[in-house]
Design a protein around this ligand. Structure first.
Ligand code: SAM
Length: 282
């Protein structure tokens, strides 16, 4: 029998095999499962042979009241697992109010760690992992969003955002107004069949988001590199190849650098200097 406690259980973010043995055993043994969406969680629970459990819905709008029911279950000797739709509960997901209320009542809270889209994305981003900041979802309204994005202008660490495919192009275009040259990574459908990672400057990722149909659907994590991580000198290999091509096709240094800096939102002085170098090296 499980110790009476609240178990915070991380579940897969796509690939159903990404679940720990401890999570499976605990979900099989608890007396109750509190889930963000009880119907949605059935697919995962069935995949690990957890059926017929007492279920309780626990989402953003009923957390405070659910905390009472969960506490009552545990205080009566039961054990409750908290799961969200995907990944680690409480990380841009419900659970904080429940944990706070139960901890205040002296109830044990036990974490069963596992998948989290933010950490999964950071590990494959190619951006520094030694120090990082997790922001989660940006505000939707332009003014608030720009204020938040502006606060990362001088940040030296990688910053992790969750973003919806409907808003990704707009978010990147807002970022490109402030720091077009910053290195970034866009991680789509992590652990799933169509997982793909796009790496490049903010301006390049904006272009990708505007032209690649894939980015209009699926789940996304966007990581912004620190202010020390700009593409050099505003030119990534892709941008440099485009510049070389324009020069090879006979465009003037001035013309080619203007086209590229307008297109990618790069500093025209830096692009011009690089175009001149390329021209002289021919
Ligand atoms: N608690 C979850 C976690 O631990 O990652 C996050 C929940 S939050 C409501 C959902 C967001 O996480 C999505 O909109 C997306 O930004 C990100 N996400 C979740 N699964 C993902 C995946 N497989 N690939 C990319 N991003 C994912």
């Amino acid at each position: 029998m499980l110790k009476p406690a609240l178990y915070i259980a991380a579940t897969p973010i796509g690939n159903l095999q990404d679940v720990t043995l401890r999570v499976i055993e605990t979900l099989q043994q608890v007396t109750m499962i509190a889930a963000e969406d009880t119907r949605h969680s059935q697919i995962f629970l069935q995949s690990i042979n957890v059926t017929g459990k007492k279920m309780l819905s626990c989402h953003n709008y009923n957390e405070a009241e659910r905390a009472e029911l969960i506490a009552a279950e545990i205080e009566a000797g039961g054990s409750v697992a908290l799961i969200s739709d995907a990944g680690t509960p409480l990380i841009s997901d419900p659970g904080f109010k429940v944990v706070k209320a139960l901890a205040a009542r002296g109830i044990d809270i036990i974490a069963l760690p596992g998948p989290c889209a933010a950490i999964t994305a950071l590990c494959v981003s190619g951006l520094p992992t030694d120090k990082f900041f997790f922001y989660g979802f940006l505000p939707v309204k332009e003014k608030e969003c720009m204020e938040v994005l502006g606060s990362f202008k001088d940040s030296q660490v990688s910053t992790i955002f969750y973003e919806s495919p409907r808003r990704i192009a707009e978010t990147l275009s807002r970022m490109a107004k402030i720091y077009p040259e910053r290195e970034a990574a866009l991680c789509r459908e992590l652990t799933k069949t169509f997982e793909i990672i796009y790496r490049g400057s903010v301006a390049e990722l904006l272009q990708t988001a505007q032209s690649d149909e894939n980015l209009s659907r699926g789940e996304l994590v966007l990581i912004l590199g620190g202010a020390g991580h700009q593409s050099e000198p505003g030119l990534t290999p892709k941008a440099e190849a485009a510049l070389s091509q324009m020069l090879a096709e006979g465009m003037s240094v001035k013309g080619a650098s203007r086209v590229l800096s307008d297109l990618l939102g790069l500093k025209s002085k830096e692009v011009y200097a690089r175009a001149l170098e390329l021209k002289n090296a021919r």
